[in-house]
Design a protein around this ligand. Structure first.
Ligand SMILES: C[S@@+](CC[C@H](N)C(=O)[O-])C[C@H]1O[C@@H](n2cnc3c(N)ncnc32)[C@H](O)[C@@H]1O
Length: 200
């Protein structure tokens, strides 16, 4: 377990150390009243940024399977009296208990999706995201490019945008946005892509 900058516990590396959350949030074109989910929130730095710096008024869900991350987010909520933050401890691939069908405007996953490939739970994850997004809701995935480079997960755990397009298409979800020039500067170029899907 590593200790992220904000002191919250996280299972895995917090992207706060090497990704710019303003750059990520700028991609999402949020108006401020959306029901938003930071899925696999880790230390919660993106959800907290949205609440504090963008003064987001819509409901913000922070979801993670790691109990300590959700405990820390709950402490943050209580200490700061953040009424529109809902923290849920759940394994996304088994269902996010308490989140209604078609209730979320935007789900964001930063450095989380490759884990579903590793655990062979890609289909379960896609189906759960499809269940919770509204008819015009969006699933935004930011993840490491499928390159064989030292930083990030092993190459075999990574997916390319076209791999994801094929996977989501099976479930009636179409790609509506792709930015392949985002993330950290590494010798090979930009480290990440951000891709969005919506219902057809
Ligand atoms: C690499 S960390 C990224 C955290 C955060 N999104 C960030 O960018 O800093 C991956 C996070 O996803 C969570 N996670 C992985 N698989 C999950 C699952 N099936 N359900 C819920 N959370 C999961 C882990 O517990 C971890 O906190």
């Amino acid at each position: 377990m590593m200790m992220p900058e904000n002191g919250h516990r996280a299972h895995g590396f917090s992207s706060a150390l090497f990704l710019d959350s303003d750059e990520i949030l700028a991609e999402l074109d949020l108006k401020g009243d959306e029901t938003f989910m930071d899925a696999g929130c880790g230390d919660g730095h993106i959800a907290i940024k949205l609440l504090e710096d963008y003064n987001h008024k819509g409901t913000v869900y922070a979801v993670d399977a790691y109990d300590a991350s959700i405990e820390d987010m709950e402490t943050y909520k209580q200490e700061n009296n953040v009424e529109n933050l809902i923290n849920i401890e759940a394994d996304i691939t088994e269902g996010i208990f308490g989140v209604e069908d078609e209730s979320i405007d935007l789900v964001l996953l930063v450095n989380v999706f490759h884990g579903f490939k590793a655990s062979r739970k890609l289909d379960e994850a896609v189906l759960e995201f499809k269940r919770i997004i509204k008819k015009d809701g969006k699933i935004a995935i930011m993840d490491y490019k499928a390159w064989d480079v030292p930083k990030g997960p092993p190459t075999k755990m990574r997916s390319s945008p076209s791999d994801l397009e094929e996977l989501f298409d099976k479930y009636g979800l179409k790609m509506t946005y792709l930015n392949e020039e985002i993330g950290e500067d590494i010798p090979q170029g930009k480290s990440h892509y951000l891709i969005m899907f919506q219902k057809k």
